[in-house]
Design a protein around this ligand. Structure first.
Ligand SMILES: Cc1cc2nc3c(=O)[nH]c(=O)nc-3n(C[C@H](O)[C@H](O)[C@H](O)COP(=O)(O)OP(=O)(O)OC[C@H]3O[C@@H](n4cnc5c(N)ncnc54)[C@H](O)[C@@H]3O)c2cc1C
Length: 262
């Protein structure tokens, strides 16, 4: 079984990411980048599935700036067998459409049974990429899973917890799934894994390797026109009860249009 884990490189949450107001893009340093936590869980899920079936391979796929290579090496140290890094200067500012086209072009060059993605990234968080890949590749997309179980070479079982019920689905390979934080945390890389990762295959692909022709004048279908820092929250109003708190509270609510005088 060949499992591909989609890895999004995100600014490390401890590094307080900021926005470049001119470009509308997240400021990404060469360091301080990490595998998105939900994607680490996806990798753990893939490794557990692979451990239970013979001749399995776990491959990583990421579209990210040059710094993404170090992030993929960490995934290889954790236990993945190989990695593909899509990186091209024309992809700076790639929107969802372009990202999905590039990822699917790469997936079309290889064989796979299962693609595991996070339900939503922690920085942009549209949660749209997996659906877009499913549409382009013409394979089922099963989302928001809380567990995964390999059945046989034809199918797997997937569990999804909704607000009212727990659904169990039987899905045919090949498919794409998205997982939630119900999945276990990822194991840590050990020293042996870190050394082994240096020798594992990590392929770099640019757009022409993928056969994608992009007009540099119209790289993305959508572009950020303006971006501004959200104003910080104003301090709240504290009403101390010295006998007239109810009246003051009513006045406050009326001033905000939340309470009618009548
Ligand atoms: C040079 C360069 C610069 C970039 N700069 C930015 C940036 O500043 N901000 C930004 O948000 N994005 C950036 N990207 C990546 C790309 O634009 C986003 O990945 C894309 O828009 C996905 O949106 P999302 O985070 O809402 O995905 P979601 O749909 O929320 O992600 C859901 C899941 O899809 C998978 N996925 C999403 N994106 C990728 C990816 N790139 N590679 C592999 N798997 C993925 C993951 O498994 C993820 O958990 C950059 C890419 C390149 C090449």
């Amino acid at each position: 079984m060949r499992i591909v884990v989609l890895i999004k490189e995100v600014p490390d949450s401890a590094a307080k990411p900021s926005l470049n107001i001119e470009t509308g893009l997240t400021v990404r340093q060469e360091t301080d980048n990490a595998i998105d936590e939900i994607n680490e869980r996806a990798l753990e899920a893939a490794l557990r599935l692979a451990e239970k079936s013979e001749n399995s391979e776990v491959a990583l796929l990421s579209l990210s700036p040059a710094s993404g290579e170090a992030v993929l090496r960490r995934g290889l140290a954790i236990g993945a067998d190989s990695a593909t890094h899509i990186c091209d200067p024309l992809l700076v500012g790639a929107d969802l459409g372009l990202t999905a086209r590039a990822l699917s072009a790469s997936l079309q060059t290889t064989e796979f049974d299962l693609v595991i993605a996070g339900n939503s990234s922690s920085d942009s968080g549209t949660g749209a990429i997996p659906f877009m890949l499913s549409e382009i590749l013409g394979i089922p997309c099963v989302t928001g899973l809380s567990s995964l179980e390999h059945v046989d070479s034809q199918s797997f079982l997937a569990t999804r917890n909704t607000e009212t019920n727990v659904e169990t689905l039987k899905v045919a390979y090949p498919a794409i799934v998205t997982i939630t934080e119900s999945f276990p945390e990822c194991r840590h890389p050990n020293f042996k894994g870190i050394l082994a990762a240096k020798k594992k295959p990590l392929q770099a692909h640019n757009l022409s390797d993928l056969g994608l022709e992009i007009n540099p004048e119209a790289v993305a279908y959508s572009v950020v026109l303006s971006a501004s820092q959200r104003p910080s929250r104003a301090a709240g109003v504290k009403i101390v009860d010295s006998g007239s708190a109810a009246k003051e509270l009513a006045h406050f609510l009326m001033s905000k249009g939340l309470l009618d005088r009548g």
